[in-house]
Ligand binder design. Sequence first.
Ligand code: SF4
Ligand code: ZN
Ligand code: ZN
Length: 313
Amino acid sequence: MGRLKKGSRCSICKAKGEKDKAVVFLPHHRLALCKKHFVEWFEKRVEKTIKEFRMFSKKDKILVAVSGGKDSLALWNALTNLGYEADGFYIDLGIPEYSEDSKNLAISFSEKIRRPLHIVSLKEEIAPIPQIDKATSRPACSACGTVKRYYMNRYAKQLGYNIIATGHNLDDEAAVLFGNTLHWDIDYLKRQYPVLKEENGFIRKVKPLCKITEKESALYAFFNNIEYIEYECPFSEGASSIEYKELLSQLEEKHPGTKLQFYTNFLKKMYPILRQHEEKEKKEIKLCKICGEPSFTDVCSVCKLKEKVKTEV
Ligand code: SF4
Ligand code: ZN
Ligand code: ZN
């Protein structure tokens, strides 16, 4: 977020003949806004993204993946204010201190907005993340991502939701895109779209904050008095995505709008080309022999993980 010039007035208030002072400046949109109009701008931008990518409508039942962080809580708040039927889903990963703190914040928020929060405990399903981390050679975040996707999908179906919404923001998406491009990881690039449609037992997954920066979502949370977990998960240390985020933020500082252009031009220009290939080479989806969930192999990765953890105990 750029620096605000002393005495700047809100662009929207000014157009209406009012005199409210701006409290935020969005250089890549060339907008200076007061608190009220920033909150309005944020929610309109989320709504526009939902419509642009045909993510869902007011008839859908949405399950928001809540981590206790600013993005997922900001998303849940915005969807509720926009009139969508959105409930929360929290996976207790069993990470000492971090999971306890984030769970309490998620619970308090659900009480504040009076929407249900479904909680699943990884300790009861498989084992806490620190134990999974010890039992496997994979990095903790990779196993964590797998189990989160699996349980979100499984419980959303069981609980009768047809949409899963996650709080990935523009910084997240641009950093992942940067990493995937750096490695020319075509399989991941093919899936990097803000909507993954429902098929073969997978529920539709959407990212309504994909055009909102991390700073914008932090500010929206702050203006709405949303309490969120302010420290990172201990396992995030050293993740390359953090380095990519820093690099892109340095570029953004010099050339406002870089992240948005990088991401949206990928969606407009590159993604359609990759999709054509995808249609031709579609992999066959089976059902896991153990749990019955969709899988590319006979036994899904979560059932394999369960086995591995069991044998380590
Ligand atoms: Fe899971 Fe890694 Fe995120 Fe921690 S940082 S919540 S281990 S994905
Ligand atoms: Zn204003
Ligand atoms: Zn399985």
